[in-house]
Design a protein around this ligand. Structure first.
Ligand SMILES: [Ca+2]
Ligand SMILES: [Ca+2]
Ligand SMILES: [Ca+2]
Ligand SMILES: [Zn+2]
Length: 306
């Protein structure tokens, strides 16, 4: 029974991974309160909501049915093995810079930007027991990998560069799909495709980069959240679907920093300051105890000693 469930999950995960190459999920435009053009990395969007609706904020969107399958696998494993739970620890980080030439504008991020990104991760996760140790930085000049690091050239890049095991974090900086901010794999997909495991972020999202208002390093924080097993806070809309009880449900991704936003009649205002929403880096500043508990459990189940 359990192995059947697990195999089903793997098949569905692979199906999803393939379909993810073909499309980014788009969100309905439902507010249109702002008619200020939104300039981002050489492109102009009608406004910031249009940018969010384009799907470029994060490519780690999964449908509720797929999340449910991943959750089923997770629960089955907990029932089999119990939880020898680690509640924190130090995660080794292997940092891979993909550039199309020299100079920051070609993706050749500086050592200072990398160290500042690691510090942003440390500050975000320290309250919940996690530390990050930068083990190595490598730099690869390859313009195909630079723009194709999510999708077409992703696996050639990762097969060549990924280091460590399930418990180790590999971060790639590049220009995914020509400007998508970030993308991460989830813990449960490690077993079926270990080389794919890791986090991809837009090079200019690092602290000091040009991707304002997403240039304080919290794209990294957000994508590592997915890598630790968290979904978006708007997953499942008002019925909820992030499997975290202390993040109030919200109807759609928030953007900017809309204080007091309340899109669902269920208890609590929208969690706009949560790292797993889509707000500006200067707006997001927290995980919750429920998210911490989920990260600890998922890390124990799929990454610790694996
Ligand atoms: Ca913890
Ligand atoms: Ca929730
Ligand atoms: Ca509410
Ligand atoms: Zn995301």
């Amino acid at each position: 029974m359990k192995s059947y469930v697990r195999m089903f999950v793997v098949v569905m995960a692979c199906t999803f991974a393939l379909s993810a190459f073909a499309q980014v999920q788009q969100f309905p435009r439902n507010q249109w309160t702002d008619y200020t053009p939104f300039e981002f990395e050489g492109g102009t969007f009608e406004n910031q909501e249009d940018f969010i609706a384009s799907g470029r904020r994060c490519a780690s969107n999964i449908q509720p049915a797929e999340a449910a399958l991943m959750e089923e696998d997770f629960q089955a494993r907990i029932m089999e093995t119990g939880l020898p739970e680690v509640t924190g620890g130090t995660i080794n980080v292997y940092f891979h810079v993909i550039r199309k030439g020299t100079g920051v504008s070609n993706g050749d991020v500086t050592t200072t930007m990398i160290n500042n990104q690691i510090n942003v991760l440390k500050n975000a996760y320290a309250p919940w027991g996690w530390n990050f140790n930068l083990v190595s930085v490598d730099r690869t000049t390859n313009s195909s990998w630079f723009s194709g690091c999510y999708g077409s050239y992703e696996m050639s890049m990762k097969n060549a560069l990924r280091k460590g095991t399930a418990k180790d974090l590999n971060i790639y900086t590049c220009a995914p799909s020509g400007g998508t901010l970030g993308y991460a794999t989830f813990p449960s997909s490690y077993a079926s495709n270990p080389k794919k495991d890791g986090v991809v972020v837009l090079h200019s999202s690092l602290p000091g980069g040009t991707a304002a208002p997403y240039n304080l390093g919290d794209t990294g924080t957000h994508e590592v959240g997915h890598w630790m097993g968290l979904y978006h806070t708007f997953q499942g809309g008002c019925t909820g679907g992030d499997y975290v009880s202390d993040t109030p449900a919200e109807a759609s991704p928030a953007f900017g920093c809309p204080t007091g936003r309340n899109t669902c009649s269920t208890a609590g205002n929208d969690p706009i300051t949560n790292f797993m929403d889509y707000t500006d880096d200067s707006c997001m500043n927290k995980f919750t105890a429920g998210q911490d508990s989920r990260m600890d459990s998922l890390y124990t189940t799929y990454r610790y000693n694996k």
